[in-house]
Design a protein around this ligand. Structure first.
Ligand code: BG6
Length: 484
């Protein structure tokens, strides 16, 4: 076979979103509350970290008792719920082949454990899928994107409860059966590794309710792994030709120097990150985790049959988000770099975004090669993009050349990776339309080709308009990545 130059003919170009950051309508048509609905906007000056997505028991009780005076932007999103036709028409105008979205689990099962699904919720996604189909856009659907029904938190402390596996599988079966003729591409969990950084956002786990935090995190993850494998199994049985993938927040760690101590540290960090795709792609826990579990007093409670479930139901493809790389040092750490959930040592060769994330296009080529060497499975980049402050000119235009530059450089490296022999099947940039930030609940952190008139305080008309990047991306798709 010859070296592939350029993108394959059926390459899936598009954009990626999540229900809780996009839809709004958090209490409409029978939807129940979810973890995302509990996350308030905290202005930067009052934030302790780069993010504000964890919650304590006390705070949760206060929110539910109406004692917290704050805005909850993920309840409002950018009101895709009532604008989906207009928004999908704009995606179609850019020539999208695929649209990544999530189903808000609590629209379908308001408490997570209900006996019957909510018909109005099911109908909404039927409408969205039909609208996409009108334009020949393939949906790529995440079953769980930081949207655990709050009922599951209250009843089981989220994914810490083994019972949640069954509720999730029931939810998955319900939507697979309902949409089997409309949706072929599925992801089981968004950035499954985020549980280790934020148990509440990753799995509806209120961590101050448990004693051994690390133990609880990996126990909840074990439940997600089993659930993911079971959903993969049922998806393959219910939907002919289904393509079911896992999803990792991939963070390649570079050693700070060539000191073997740094190399070892970087290798360890990479293992801790690739562990999640190892389980999904190889169907088993990697040996290196045994040592980690032992040294951190983690004893997993498993059931007979779990290992077999994992082994027999590996994923069809690997998907991941890519925003940055990290540099790690075994010695006393130097100047810190930021990330949405994780930081490292500052890499002097890289520039940073307005939020301090280190921009590393070549790192994407490295990442793609690492994955492909390890698994030889098709790869799908389901998130990448630049969160930046945009300025609206008097005539309404937004000249986002910085965003175009960022995407151009990353797409150019994707092309290189394809020439390296990597099997890359698609690319969905994050937030093709501006939406609420996951880590900070800001609106001012914008990723879109489409501008939404809404600010951090919730003011604005919600009017949609095209940024310069809109026509740029449209041409990228039209030329299948030839003109960047
Ligand atoms: C990923 C998430 O971590 O990063 C998305 O899957 C998120 O939900 C994206 O929006 C960008 O992060 P942020 O914090 O800038 O919105």
């Amino acid at each position: 076979t010859k070296m592939l130059k350029g993108f394959p003919k059926n390459f899936l170009w598009g954009g990626a979103t999540a229900a809780n950051q996009l839809e709004g309508a958090f209490d409409v048509d029978g939807k129940g509350l979810s973890s995302a609905d509990m996350i308030a906007y905290v202005p930067k000056a009052e934030r302790k970290n780069d993010h504000a997505i964890e919650i304590s028991s006390e705070r949760l009780e206060d929110i539910l008792a109406g004692k917290v005076n704050a805005r909850f932007p993920k309840r409002e999103g950018v009101d895709f719920y009532h604008h989906y036709k207009e928004d999908i028409a704009l995606f179609a105008e850019m020539g999208f082949k695929v649209f990544r979205m999530s189903i808000h689990w609590s629209r379908i099962f308001p408490n997570g454990y209900d006996a019957e699904p909510n018909e109005a919720g099911l109908q909404f996604y039927d409408n969205v899928f039909d609208e996409l189909r009108k334009y020949g856009i393939e949906p790529l659907v995440t079953l769980s994107h930081y949207e655990t029904p709050l009922g599951l938190t209250q009843k089981y402390n989220g994914w810490l409860g083994r019972e949640v596996i069954q509720h999730y599988v029931n939810y998955a079966e319900t939507v697979f059966t309902r949409y089997k003729d409309k949706v072929k591409y599925w992801l089981t969990f968004n950035e499954i590794n985020v549980m280790t950084m934020s148990p509440f956002t990753g799995g509806g786990v209120v961590i101050d309710r448990v004693e051994n935090k690390q133990q609880a995190i990996y126990q909840a993850l074990h439940h997600q792994f089993v659930a993911s494998a079971l959903a993969t199994k049922r998806g393959h049985e219910i939907i002919p030709g289904a393509q079911i993938g896992c999803m990792l927040a991939r963070i390649e760690s570079y050693p700070h120097t060539c000191n073997p101590e740094d190399i070892l540290k970087a290798q360890h960090e990479n293992q801790m990150n690739l562990f999640f795709t190892d389980v999904h792609a190889r169907g088993e826990y990697s040996n290196y985790m045994n040592r980690y579990f032992e040294e951190n007093n983690i004893v997993l409670q498993t059931e007979p049959g779990d290992a077999e479930i994992l082994k027999n139901n590996t994923v069809d493809f690997i998907s991941f988000s890519y925003y940055m790389t990290l540099t790690v040092s075994a010695g006393p750490e130097g100047e810190k770099a930021a990330g949405n959930l994780i930081g490292g040592v500052k890499n002097p060769y890289l520039q940073s975004s307005d939020w301090g994330w280190q921009i590393d296009p070549i790192g994407l080529r490295v990442t793609l090669n690492t994955f492909y060497d390890r698994y030889q499975k098709p790869l799908f980049i389901v998130e990448n993009g630049l969160g930046a402050y945009d300025k609206v000119e008097e005539d309404g235009s937004v000249h986002d050349t910085y965003r175009i530059d960022y995407l151009r450089q990353h797409i150019a490296q994707m092309k290189e990776a394809i020439a390296d022999g990597v099997d890359l099947i698609g690319y969905t940039s994050w937030g093709p339309i501006d939406l609420v930030s996951m880590s900070t609940s800001e609106m001012s952190k914008r990723y879109g080709f489409i501008y939404v008139d809404l600010d951090d305080d919730g003011n604005g008309t919600l009017k949609r308009s095209k940024k310069d990047s809109f026509n740029w991306y449209k041409n990228v798709i039209a030329t299948n990545g030839e003109e960047l």
